[in-house]
Design a binder for this molecule. Structure first.
Ligand code: NAG
Ligand code: NAG
Ligand code: NAG
Ligand code: NAG
Ligand code: NAG
Length: 662
């Protein structure tokens, strides 16, 4: 994890066997060797569990195990009480994450949980398992529907699980019994008292602002015998995490006592929090940049981050993200965050409309910097589909290649699924090619895009642990990033199958005119049918025309490949090239691309090259073979789209959802 391991080593490992554990920290000093810390200790004695990076964890645990029961006596858990003061300073007021947990866990284990909603204590496998023996009190500033959180500002009693056994909106009752709400992430210090009464089996949690005495009435009072939960030797401490929303989370002081009342904290001795203005000022600057200069804000924020943050810090961050991605796949976003990011899915943020949903632009705080995203929003009902969808998204999210549009994550709600992609500032390639574009691309730009898409497709076919068939390669599925690199998007139609196994028969899906004849006939998509689609894409880019277009020159049934083929037969294939390309364009490369386009468009699947061969041809490591005189293009073999064979062309739920264009 990216936190500094403070210069605090574990020297006292003696078991507090004799007598009951009792301690008090009015602030934390690095000379105190009785805390094991994976967090930062500030020079003035604050325990800084997280420092505002996303997907972070911090822990601080009393080094010696605490004896919570005597099994040779009656085996029931002792009474205990603790009080501590914490503060949560969110990076952006509306986006705090995640919170702090006071945690008691077996001395035989260590805190190895995940960040975000797991608080650094649990992970998807362990959460809810009664063999955890974990007792916790969560101060949660995010709402996780998965764990049935009541809101994004609550206190919960957690027993082996993140679905709280009892929870309440954060706040306190004054002496007249009137409830005062408290914002956990207000940035101000808040005191917490926790008591467990061994005889009554009662757990009480109370909180109040630091300037207010302990309220008489507990916020949460829950009856539960902790004897089966607590083992004889347990560690006590704090675990804290951030998610996509980030915050700096502090503990200012802590006291604890077994079989008695914990000593009151000396509030006047507690270390001071950093001035609030410091944080605000930074945040404000960033916001101004993003608002005033939307086009280059991303670059500027990156620059600011670069200068402000240490290089090492950045490196640490990227490692952390990778770790996490390997373990969990793409992240699950909170709906609220996506809602805020897209300004409530405002019409103004609409980037496009696909067959199955709309795509919105959004700005979200990731790794403490504002990041532009594209959110595809699709309505959805079936439960069955949701399971497939999540499995699919998790696989897809693990694909990483510089010519693929990264899928950052997803969110699902009742009747709705959302996919979060990196925002591609220059939109889709078709905008620059067809229908008298305002802006056209020169040949070297086009050739770079072609090579990029080819290498992405090769990666999908051969570079990953599973073969991924894209199924829908076309100019409108290629997006351009800030440097005009082509990135293949919409892996929606990708169906995964293991290397070597037979491609399974699935429903046909794809864009009809780009589809290989055998794919249409049999419904089987293969890497070789992808090559066919790539051939159509090559011709689109070189000719600046769609595969089928109603123009005067073209006969009813003709298509782009036939048209190029006719030029080739007459010995003048270059006449097919886009009129918008200057005459001095690299004619050799244009010719190569046009011929390769035809070569990939052969109706006989075995005659087409593999993507690996395609790469060799594009890099001109191997000369392109002569087109066979028996060259047949697919219109000659194409079933009539309106014919009754059509029933093959049904799409499954998942494919439909994912294939909606962006
Ligand atoms: C921590 O250890 C130091 C040095 O051994 C000791 O002086 C101090 O009282 C201990 N503090 C607590 C809270 O146990
Ligand atoms: C546990 O209880 C037994 C019997 O009452 C007693 O002899 C022993 O000292 C206790 N151990 C601890 C660690 O308190
Ligand atoms: C069990 O022992 C503890 C500590 O010795 C004591 O406080 C508690 O009352 C006992 N419980 C029962 C049910 O006897
Ligand atoms: C609970 O955890 C134990 C120990 O790790 C494991 O053996 C068991 O299978 C888990 N139970 C469930 C339901 O996951
Ligand atoms: C818990 O709170 C209730 C109600 O506020 C109170 O009656 C009870 O004595 C408290 N129990 C403990 C163990 O502090």
């Amino acid at each position: 994890m990216s936190l500094k391991l403070a210069a605090v080593t574990l020297l006292l490992v003696e078991v507090a066997a004799s007598g009951d554990t009792s301690f008090i920290f009015n602030g934390f000093q690095s000379s105190q060797y009785n805390l094991t810390i994976l967090a930062e200790l500030t020079s003035n004695g604050l325990l800084k569990l997280t420092n505002g990076e996303s997907l972070q964890e911090g822990h601080a645990v009393y080094s010696s195990p605490v004896v919570f029961k005597n099994s040779s006596n009656n085996g029931s858990a002792f009474s205990f009480s603790t009080s501590f003061v914490f503060a949560i300073r969110p990076q952006a007021a509306e986006l705090s994450g995640q919170g702090i947990m006071f945690v008691v866990y077996p001395a035989t284990k260590s805190l190895t949980g995940l960040p975000s909603q797991y608080f650094g204590v649990f992970d998807p496998d362990s959460v809810g398992n009664s063999s955890n023996h974990v007792f916790g009190v969560e101060l949660d500033t995010s709402m996780s529907t998965e764990f049935e959180d009541i809101n994004d500002n609550h206190v919960g009693i957690d027993i082996n699980d993140l679905k709280s056994a009892a929870s309440a909106v954060a706040g306190y009752h004054n002496d007249d019994g009137i409830f005062n709400a408290l914002r956990l992430a207000s940035g101000n210090p808040i005191q917490v008292w926790l008591e467990y009464h061994g005889m009554n089996k009662q757990i009480n949690v109370t909180l109040a602002p630091i300037n207010i005495d302990k309220p008489k009435q507990a916020l949460l009072s829950f009856t539960k015998d902790l004897s089966p939960i607590l083992e004889e030797n347990m560690y006590v401490g704090f675990s804290s995490s951030t998610g996509m929303g980030t915050a700096s989370q502090y503990i200012l002081g802590w006291s604890f006592e077994i079989n008695g009342q914990s000593q009151p904290l000396e509030l006047s001795q507690l270390p001071k929090l950093p001035r609030k203005g410091d944080n605000k000022h930074k945040g404000y600057k960033k916001v101004v940049l993003a608002v005033a200069l939307p086009m280059i804000s991303l670059m500027l924020v990156l620059l600011v981050t670069l200068t402000v943050n240490h290089v090492i810090k950045r490196k640490r961050f990227s490692e952390q993200l990778e770790d996490w991605e390997q373990e969990c796949g793409p992240s699950r976003f909170r709906y609220k965050d996506l809602y805020l990011a897209t300004k409530g899915f405002r019409e103004k943020e609409l980037l496009g409309r696909g067959g199955f949903g709309k795509v919105y632009k959004g700005v979200i705080v990731i790794a403490a910097s504002k990041t532009e995203i594209a959110v595809k929003r699709v309505s959805h009902e079936s439960k069955q589909g949701v399971r497939e969808f999540v499995a699919e998204v998790v696989s897809i999210g693990r694909l990483r290649h510089r010519n693929l549009v990264p899928l950052r994550g997803y969110c699902r709600r009742k009747g709705e699924l959302l996919l979060v992609y990196d925002y591609m500032p220059n939109g889709s390639l078709d905008k620059y090619l067809f229908n008298k574009p305002k802006l056209t691309l020169n040949w070297s730009q086009r050739f770079r895009i072609i090579k990029g898409v080819a290498s992405a497709l090769l990666y999908l076919h051969e570079g990953w642990e599973q073969v991924v068939v894209h199924r829908d390669i076309k100019a409108s599925n290629v997006l351009l990033d800030a440097e005009m690199n082509g990135r293949l998007g919409n892996f929606g139609l990708a169906r995964l199958h293991d290397h070597g196994s037979n491609p399974q028969t699935t429903h046909v899906a794809g864009t009809f005119r780009y589809m290989a004849p055998e794919h249409i006939r049999t419904g089987k998509a293969t890497t070789i049918s992808d090559v066919f689609g790539f051939g159509a894409f090559l011709l689109e880019v070189a000719c600046g025309r769609r595969p089928t277009e109603k123009t005067e020159e073209w006969l009813d049934n003709a298509n782009l490949a036939d048209w190029v083929y006719d030029f080739w037969k007459k010995g003048g294939i270059l006449e097919a090239k886009d009129q918008n390309l200057s005459t001095d364009s690299e004619t050799e490369e244009v010719e190569l691309v046009l011929k390769l386009g035809l070569f990939c468009s052969q109706s006989e699947p075995t005659a087409r090259p593999s993507m690996r061969q395609v790469m060799h041809y594009l890099e001109r490591e191997v000369p392109l073979p002569h087109l066979p005189s028996t060259f047949r293009h697919h219109t000659q073999d194409l079933p009539n789209p309106a014919s009754p064979d059509r029933p093959l062309l049904q799409t499954s739920v998942v494919e439909s959802i994912l294939s909606g264009g962006r």
